[in-house]
Design a protein around this ligand. Structure first.
Ligand SMILES: *Cc1c(COP(=O)(O)O)cnc(C)c1O
Length: 222
């Protein structure tokens, strides 16, 4: 696995306005160091313990993004340092992130995870539940989080039209939320979509952040 060559290949294909989250979950610190040496600074992880270990061990200018499902009882461990939480999937989780961020006098950028795939999933707001949550306006009192955009995952399928339609639906929804709830909030600007097998499609559909793992680091050993 030539991590640095893979990384360069991915970056070369990305428009300059699209940021790369290098998803390093299940890969050792040495793999992250290789990407770090090639200039990569944003890394994505999805398990709190694994992330906290890597955070302790690795350079402090790494921007750690939490990309997986986050249990409320784990928030306190990552609140001191996490740079972005991609999968805020309930109001309860936003409240907990806000509470823990306040303890550290931080403001943590969070993305609202939206369920856009055909597949069943326990996680993510539906379009309607997200609108409903924002309409109450209670989130405006959460001063230690910053709702910075949306995140979604397309169906795991070979059907590229289906994938494009799902990513398109997230872009349209982002535009709706921007206009209805965030027109005065320039920080609401991110659309996190696209993984190893579908990020070129996501970029065409308006992604601002892609989360790419196996294409850079190889297959994961679970
Ligand atoms: C693991 C993971 C990725 C990266 O997946 P690859 O297929 O390895 O690129 C992206 N997003 C989320 C939410 C993940 O859990």
């Amino acid at each position: 696995m030539d991590i640095q060559a893979n990384l360069k290949e991915v970056i070369a294909e990305l428009p300059t306005n699209v940021r790369l989250v290098a998803v390093s979950k299940f890969h050792p610190a040495e793999a992250i160091e290789a990407a770090y040496s090639a200039g990569q600074r944003i890394f994505g992880e999805s398990k709190e313990q694994e992330l906290s270990g890597k955070h302790e061990q690795l350079p402090k200018d790494i921007e750690w993004h939490f990309i997986g499902h986050l249990q409320t009882n784990k928030v306190k461990y990552i609140a001191p340092y996490i740079a972005m939480i991609h999968a805020a999937d309930s109001y309860k989780l936003l409240v907990e992130i806000n509470k823990q961020a306040a303890k550290h006098e931080r403001t943590i950028p969070c993305l609202l995870e939206i369920h856009i795939a055909q597949e069943e999933s326990k996680y993510g707001f539906t379009f309607d539940s997200c609108r409903e949550m924002l309409r109450t306006g209670e989130w405006k009192n959460l001063n230690n989080i910053c709702i910075a955009g949306v995140m979604g995952m397309a169906t795991n399928t070979e059907d590229e039209t289906e994938i494009a339609n799902e990513f398109h639906s997230l872009k349209v929804f982002f535009d709706e939320l921007k206009q209805k709830f965030f027109s005065d909030r320039p920080e609401f600007k991110e659309i996190s979509m696209g993984m190893s097998h579908d990020y070129p499609i996501a970029v065409k559909e308006g992604s601002t952040m892609v989360r790419v793992g196996s294409k850079i680091f190889g297959d994961r050993n679970y």
